[in-house]
Structure formats: C-alpha cells, structure tokens
Ligand binder design. Structure first.
Ligand SMILES: Nc1ncnc2c1ncn2[C@@H]1O[C@H](COP(=O)(O)OP(=O)(O)OP(=O)(O)O)[C@@H](O)[C@H]1O
Ligand SMILES: [Mg+2]
Length: 252
C-alpha cells in the first residue's frame, strides 16, 4: 500500500499573535493555504490587514510561526519573503502616477530581472522584461491604456494595475487586501473575475468586504473577529456557521 505524502501548504501560520500595546490585533491564528481562493473576512478592525502584514514580513509576530512551502519565514524581511514568491497588494493603491501604465508594470518586472542592477542598459535591451510586462498588461485587460500615465486610469483600472504590479514580481501566491475597495459593484465584479483567473495559476489570499462576492468566488473562507479565527471552511460551511451568523453575517 502506498502512503500519500501530506500536501505541504504554500503558506501556513501556526498560532500567530500580534499585540499593539494592550490590543491583541491577531490572536493565535493558525491557517493554511494551498490552492484556489482563500478569503479572509471580518468586521473593521478584526485584524485582517495586520494578519497580511505578518504574512508578508511587514510585521513580526510576538508569538507563533509562519511557513512558506514548509520553510519557516517568521522574522524574515519583506523583500526576502517577496523574493521567495509571496506577492501582495496593499489596501491603498501603490502605483507611480506619472509613469505610463506599461512602465509601472515594466519597472516591477525589471526588479526581478538578473540585469536589474545594470542601470546603463536600456530597458529595450531586456526583451524578457518587455515580454513579461506585455503579458501582464494583457492579462489585466490594460493593453489599451499602455501608454497613458497611470494617474489617468479610472479608479477601477488603477486597482487592476496594482494587481498587475504584484504579478510582475513573479509570485507563487498572491495576497490581495481589499482589491475592490471604493469600486462600483460592476467594476468589483470585473476585478473579482480577473482574480478568479489568477487563482487558476496560483493560490490567492483575498481580503474582501462584499459578502455576496466572497461567498461566490471563494474556495475557502476564514472569519476573523477581534483578532481570533472564529471559523474556517467552505462558503457553505461559513454561511451555515451559527457563531459567524451571530458575530458577523447577521442577515445572511
Ligand atoms: N500599527 C498599528 N499600531 C497600533 N494599532 C494598530 C496598528 N495597526 C492596526 N492597529 C489596530 O489593530 C486592529 C486591527 O487592525 P487591522 O487594520 O488589522 O484591521 P482590519 O481587519 O484590516 O480592518 P479594516 O476592515 O478596517 O481594514 C485595529 O484595532 C487597529 O486599530
Ligand atoms: Mg484592513
């Protein structure tokens, strides 16, 4: 009889805790992500962004450990975690407003190129970078805007560019913090469709407030409440969970 090796999660936390003074923003959270869309939901101040900052190395946990493909990454610097393959976008758009849409993506791709420190080499001589940037531009539906300054993009497309910039760092897993914040329902639906496409290529951890969309798009959902992991499961399990109903979902 062959024994199947247990799947090693792409990203895993074990009892991760983060205090800010007297406040426990993240309290003993254990979560593992292997594939598809893992959403994180919870009310304002539940600890969602703090949890992302711990995963990406912007904060160091006070207790607990974090693993990337089975290798401990607790305490590593953000650039080290990013270079290992953990890509993230921020709750606030982080584009270069005066660079063109294409240049925004190209600069991010170049940061991963072996020639990135050869400042005297024209970027036209880095064909791999150009090709990668074009591919992401088309993946994000931004081809028509390639030469426009990024600041001229409508807000919804700025968020697409933001995700494109995260993809340009060649991630193996993508962390997206409220990619649809401030967007219309129609624009949000477009972004979430793009995210579903990306999730076919790599696992996506998604913080999202729109519960209807979360229930539709997610493979699994984690509910944070006052820093605690209240529940984790499939959309149906979360929707049927009494505690989640009481604490957060209310009318659902
Ligand atoms: N750097 C910090 N210093 C002190 N307190 C912080 C810091 N960052 C977050 N907090 C607090 O930690 C708690 C969790 O914040 P966090 O931003 O993680 O929540 P969130 O779930 O992302 O909320 P939202 O849905 O509003 O984005 C909040 O009470 C917040 O005020
Ligand atoms: Mg947040």
């Amino acid at each position: 009889m062959t024994v199947q090796a247990a799947e090693i999660p792409v990203l895993e936390t074990k009892a991760v805790t983060k205090h800010f003074g007297a406040l426990t923003a993240v309290n003993g959270v254990s979560l593992s992500v292997s594939h598809g869309i893992q959403s994180i939901i919870g009310p304002n101040g539940a600890g969602k962004t703090t949890f992302f900052n711990l995963l990406a190395g912007f904060l160091v946990p006070d207790k607990g450990s974090i693993f990337y493909r089975g290798k401990e990454i607790t305490g590593l610097a953000p650039y080290e975690i990013s270079q290992m393959g953990v890509g993230r976008s921020f709750q606030i758009t982080s584009i270069f407003p005066n660079l063109s849409v294409f240049e925004n993506i190209r600069v991010a791709c170049q940061s991963r190129s072996k020639s990135r420190y050869n400042f005297f080499m024209s970027c036209e001589k880095l064909p791999g970078v150009q090709i990668a940037a074009r591919k992401i531009l088309s993946q994000m539906g931004l081809e028509d805007w390639a030469d426009s300054p990024a600041k001229n993009l409508p807000y919804g497309l700025q968020r697409c560019l933001d995700i494109g910039i995260s993809l340009a760092t060649d991630p193996q897993i993508l962390l997206l913090d409220e990619p649809t914040s401030g967007m219309s329902v129609e624009d949000s639906a477009v972004i979430l469709k793009l995210i579903a496409e990306i999730a076919k290529l790599m696992p996506v951890v998604l913080i999202e407030h729109n519960i209807d969309m979360v229930l539709t798009i997610s493979d699994r959902i984690a509910v944070l409440y006052q820093g605690l992991l209240l529940a984790e499961g499939t959309p149906a399990e979360i929707q049927g969970n009494q505690e989640v109903q009481k604490a957060y979902l209310g009318g659902y």
